[in-house]
Design a protein around this ligand. Structure first.
Ligand SMILES: [Zn+2]
Length: 177
């Protein structure tokens, strides 16, 4: 197990379209577990392959749905996830992203979805998700198509956030130089 470095926007690696996975092998399984560990350590509720330099259609999510019961982790590792149904009702959530640290904006997405994906044992599964879990899965699948949550908000707000992140990056580079 290892913590993976998370790519921070703006970065061209976050804008690529990730490739479909043919077969989940031991190497990818281990990588997904590293992704989960990285997500929990951040802490975050979702992480997509491109955020850690993997150009493959892989996401991990855990919105701690068990938190009220026993607090046990409730992770999903999804390979080639695909939204096959969306509700007519939308939901607005103040979204953040591990690739846009400390930046938040309200994004409107379908309130509930059905997602089809391959699990880590190469079995095709379907999941009905609503609320925060639905928001999180849609946000992570966006990453696989090079879309960030700021691409859903006004251009003005997006520019403000990306400019702020560029400044923070430059400062960090100067400090480490
Ligand atoms: Zn994100």
């Amino acid at each position: 197990m290892a913590l993976l470095p998370i790519i921070v926007a703006p970065d061209p690696r976050l804008k690529i379209k990730a490739e479909a996975v043919d077969q989940v092998d031991d190497e990818l399984r281990a990588f997904m577990h590293d992704m989960l560990e990285t997500m929990y350590a951040a802490p975050g509720i979702g992480l997509a392959g491109p955020q850690v330099g993997l150009g493959k259609r892989v996401i991990v999510v855990d919105v701690r749905e068990n938190a009220e019961d026993d607090g046990a982790p409730n992770p999903y590792c999804m390979v080639n996830p695909q939204i096959i149904e969306v509700s007519r009702e939308d939901r607005i959530h103040d979204e953040g992203c591990l690739s846009l640290p400390d930046q938040y904006a309200e994004v409107e997405r379908p309130d509930s979805i059905r997602v089809r994906y391959t699990d880590e044992n190469n079995t095709v599964q379907e999941l009905d998700a609503d609320g925060l879990l639905a928001t999180c899965i849609q946000h992570e699948i966006d990453h696989l198509d090079g879309i960030l949550f700021v691409d859903h908000i006004t251009a003005l707000k997006r520019k403000m956030i990306l400019r702020k992140l560029t400044k923070i990056k430059k400062l960090a580079e100067r400090e480490s130089a």
